[in-house]
Design a protein around this ligand. Structure first.
Ligand code: AHR
Length: 325
């Protein structure tokens, strides 16, 4: 809820405030300052290099700080991820880091943690703010601006094809914040160019093989395709395999663009098969844990902490290959 002059706080007891309007508003539970913490990290899945890099970064940072990390892998199931969070609550972790697989199903678990007095920090993906709010139900959201990523890819593509393209879009996991926002960013941005047309848009669930299968089907239905925009590199690499299987030359017959910046994608740029990828940085560990410590110290945190991303194409791919994940 927005605090305005009219609904100013009139009382504040144990983190629960009553507004002049009579509506209760409460901040996320506080976190004590301690030497060490038991920290939960409920990962969504481990089926791509981006997820593995995120997990490694969280594990490395916890180890460096000497904190106990309770790690779970939801194996691509929002229901399992919710039960993983509930089990962390039962184990009495001090704080939970969560990349919610989808933007609605994880909300009850976030609210359970709040009720149990455990602060939740969302990393990488956000939830639907109509159902849960940063600074109220969870501490903050740390991550990339997915709308901006979609916009940057659209602008790069439009320039590369002189504003003329017949596009297949491979969407990420349905109901996830990156899929929603990367679609919005890209689809809205290309409206500026009348010659940029989306022929078909379908989910490939952020997975390489699903991306390959969906691209195969959509290419058969739309042989006139000249560009593929994938919401992540794994699906773009699947689409490149589908193009090759269909006897087309990626980078020549069809230009492929995507998001993430994983090593295989950077190599595909060097090989001329992928045209460009907007980085989405998965190395959350240092920022996630420093944010947690700031919160424990009572610092006022913003509702959104933005990760800034680079952009890779043939001009800089060779320079970043060795450091890509
Ligand atoms: O939430 C970030 C996205 O999720 C990454 O782009 C993708 O590769 C991952 O699975």
């Amino acid at each position: 809820m927005m605090i305005t002059r009219r609904n100013m706080l009139v009382t504040s007891v144990a983190g629960v405030c009553v507004l002049a309007t009579g509506r209760a508003w409460s901040a996320p539970p506080p976190l004590k300052q301690k030497q060490t913490y038991k920290v939960g990290f409920a990962q969504t899945e481990s089926n791509n290099p981006w997820r593995l890099a995120e997990t490694a970064s969280m594990q490395d940072e916890a180890k460096k700080l000497g904190y106990q990390l309770v790690y779970t892998d939801a194996a691509s199931s929002a229901a399992k991820q919710a039960s993983d969070v509930n089990s962390m609550i039962a184990q009495g972790v001090d704080v939970i880091f969560l990349p919610p697989r989808e933007d609605k199903p994880l909300v009850p678990a976030i609210l359970n943690a709040k009720k149990a007095g455990i602060p939740v920090i969302l990393i990488d993906r956000d939830v639907d703010h109509a159902l849960a709010k940063p600074g109220e139900d969870y501490v903050t959201f740390i991550g990339s601006d997915f709308v901006e990523e979609g916009q940057r890819v659209a602008a790069w593509l439009a320039k590369a094809v002189n504003g003329q393209a017949k596009i297949i879009e491979l969407e990420g996991t349905t109901g996830s914040s990156p899929a929603n926002d990367r679609k919005k960013g890209f689809d809205d941005a290309i409206k500026q160019w009348s010659g940029m047309q989306i022929l078909a848009s379908q989910t490939g669930d952020f997975a390489r093989d699903k991306g390959r299968q969906v691209a195969e089907t959509l290419l058969q239905a739309h042989p006139e395709t000249t560009a593929i925009y994938a919401h992540n590199d794994e699906m773009a690499l699947g689409a490149i395999a589908a193009l090759e299987a269909a006897g087309k030359v990626p980078g020549k017959d069809v230009i492929v663009v995507s998001i993430d910046g994983e090593k295989d994608a950077v190599q595909a740029i060097i090989d001329g098969k992928l045209a460009a990828t907007c980085e989405c940085n998965p190395r959350f560990g240092p920022k996630a844990f420093s944010t947690m410590k700031e919160y424990a110290a009572g610092e006022k945190l913003p509702a959104y902490i933005k990760n800034s991303d680079s952009f890779y194409d043939s001009k800089n791919a060779k320079d970043v290959l060795s450091t890509a994940f």
